[in-house]
Design a protein. Structure first.
Length: 604
């Protein structure tokens, strides 16, 4: 494949746009200011949780509600909220600036997927550095979702269209679940009810989880009742979804797909709490599967670059700004299984890397796929002539049109595999769900490169499927150690020992490690899920950081457990944290404090 032509053009582009990233006004404080939303300026305080789906609605009443919300452009805010879930900002489709704050600066590194190659003007000494400039990235993206969708949830006219309120409530709750799993307690209820001013009450994580699941159950009941609505009503609601829904599948029954999405989110949350509330976890998981979860690639929820006209944000972050590189942990995991994703999703080192202790030891350009260890002390600069670490493997152009997934089919199948392993009724065996999850890992991912005739070569249909049979037979991982061409002190023995092939003779811990490790590979680059699984199970076995440079709370050999509360430069926020936040957290506002569901102890 003539990948070098495209990558050379990207290298040229990098040279002229390197200054476009974080060195201007792109701080969290200015990146995610609330601002004003176009349309109605009145603040409505409704009952966002209340969905009266059995309410009788007249055709005239529905038309009146739609006219009111059209005048204020309220329903259009649903689109903006969806974009903000994955790096959208101020109503725009996902872009690199917000995505970088949301994922790349911290959580991609914590999960072991990617690694920062530079120190951002001294603001990030290493990947575990407790940077007040960047801690608020994920919360900033949540606030974008909140600021767009909460006015919809609380507008008095939305109660005339309960199904649209239900879908909007799911958007809020997906964003809430993801951000709660990053830092822990936050004002989930006050934000949802559209409270405007401090003080805000921080809700404990168990309260947030229970409330979200109660919401999901109400949403599912509402959407299942939709079939009882008159045809004229369904026609109007279907039209709204066609216009303002960009994350559900374009084909099929949209209402049914939203039901499956809701239940799949509940299944994800059930597995998150398995160590702290095992009986409740089983109950939620079995209810989800019985009600109907995502079961095909056509039911996946995502934002499509092809459809919406944007490029995957990681392309610019990696290849134009030189702000992220392959992580050594992910490199070694892929090499351990001879996984074809490595050579398709990443590039070989772009320039020579000279060993610091032996300058005659040179790793020539294009020698191989090489990542960076998390926790190394980073250097300044974004260009190779001042920072050689930009020569390490970057993301290839294959990801250009890869969707930004909210929930993937393979994630749901891996969740069902783990549930079945735990003895829950998941509608099948752990082995079957595990194998089908691996088979479906790249369904509808649009990963492609171009051959010498500029014909597209799709990863799933060609490269992956041809390797799949042998991949599933892999009984033991290859003994691949990480070797850093620059510094021998960063080299480390591989921690990956389990194979891919399912064996019923394995103990449950080995089976779980296989499930989570393959889920981790399939889930790239969704580091929210990967970091959550890593904290919950200890898998996959990624490398320890070289220097944690954190806040001193992380025990030796442990990983970062949460991002400290954001917004602490504001006195009112500090007061809220002091009055309710710390009590809700149940510990100090530190990186090493475990969240409610992150319980020490065995997995079984």
């Amino acid at each position: 494949m003539k990948r070098t032509i495209i990558n050379l053009s990207i290298a040229f582009l990098s040279a002229i746009v390197l200054t476009s990233c974080l060195f201007s006004e792109d701080f969290v404080g200015s990146e995610f200011t609330v601002g004003t939303i176009e349309g109605e300026t009145a603040v409505h305080l409704g009952k966002a949780d209340n969905i009266d789906y059995r309410r009788e609605i007249t055709e005239a009443g529905l038309i009146s509600a739609l006219e009111t919300m059209d005048k204020t452009k309220l329903l259009g805010q649903m689109l903006s909220a969806q974009y903000a879930l994955r790096g959208g900002k101020n109503g725009s489709t996902p872009g690199p600036h917000a995505y970088q704050y949301q994922y790349s600066l911290q959580i991609d590194n914590y999960a072991g997927y990617l690694c920062l190659p530079q120190d951002f003007g001294g603001r990030m000494r290493s990947t575990y550095y407790n940077s007040q400039d960047f801690n608020g990235g994920a919360m900033g993206s949540f606030m974008q979702v909140k600021n767009f969708i909460v006015p919809v949830l609380n507008h008095p006219q939305i109660d005339s269209i309960p199904e649209i309120k239900a879908v909007s409530l799911l958007m809020y709750n997906l964003a809430a679940q993801e951000v709660a799993d990053i830092s822990g307690p936050f004002p989930y209820i006050n934000y949802k009810e559209n409270r405007q001013d401090h003080p805000f009450v921080y809700n404990p994580l168990d309260t947030i989880y229970a409330t979200i699941v109660n919401n999901i159950d109400t949403v599912v009941a509402c959407l299942k009742n939709y079939q009882n609505r008159p045809i004229w009503y369904q026609t109007q609601v279907d039209g709204i979804l066609m216009k303002y829904d960009r994350v559900s599948p374009a084909t099929g029954d949209k209402i049914e797909n939203w039901i499956r999405f809701a239940n799949s989110l509940k299944l994800r949350m059930a597995m998150n709490i398995v160590k702290v509330e095992p009986d409740l976890a089983k109950k939620w998981a079995e209810q989800s599967v019985q009600s109907g979860v995502i079961e095909s690639a056509a039911q996946q929820f995502l934002l499509s670059p092809q459809v919406l006209g944007f490029s995957h944000p990681l392309i610019e972050i990696s290849n134009s700004w030189n702000d992220t590189r392959l992580n050594a942990s992910f490199e070694t995991i892929l090499k351990a299984y001879n996984h074809p994703l490595l050579g398709f999703m990443f590039t070989k080192n772009s320039d020579p890397i000279i060993n610091k202790d032996n300058p005659s030891k040179i790793y020539p350009a294009e020698s191989g796929y090489v990542g960076l260890r998390s926790g190394i002390r980073m250097l300044s600069g974004q260009a190779y002539n001042v920072n050689f670490r930009t020569a390490y493997s970057r993301i290839s152009d294959a990801i250009l049109e890869m969707p930004l997934f909210l929930i993937k089919l393979s994630e749901v199948q891996f969740l069902r595999a783990e549930g079945a392993l735990r003895g829950w009724n998941m509608g099948g065996s752990a082995e079957n769900f595990y194998n089908t999850a691996i088979e479906n890992a790249y369904s509808d991912t649009e990963l492609k490169l171009f051959d010498e005739n500029w014909e597209p070569v799709y990863f799933e249909q060609t490269i992956y499927k041809s390797a799949l049979a042998e991949y599933l037979k892999t009984e033991t991982a290859r003994d691949i150690d990480y070797v850093d061409p620059y510094s021998d002190e960063y080299s480390i023995k591989s921690k990956i020992k389990v194979g891919v092939k399912w064996s019923n003779t394995d103990d449950n811990e080995t089976k779980l490690e296989k499930i989570i490790t393959q889920k981790y590979i399939a889930g790239f680059p969704n580091s929210f899920v990967a970091w959550g699984d890593l904290r919950r199970t200890g898998y996959p076995k990624i490398f320890p950081v070289v220097y944690d440079d954190g806040d001193g709370s992380i025990p030796a050999g442990d990983i970062i457990r949460r991002i400290p509360f954001s917004g602490t430069t504001q006195e009112a926020t500090r007061n809220d944290i002091a009055s309710t936040g710390l009590r809700a957290l149940g510990g100090n506002d530190k990186q090493g404090t475990r969240l409610w569901w992150d319980v020490q102890g065995t997995n079984f």
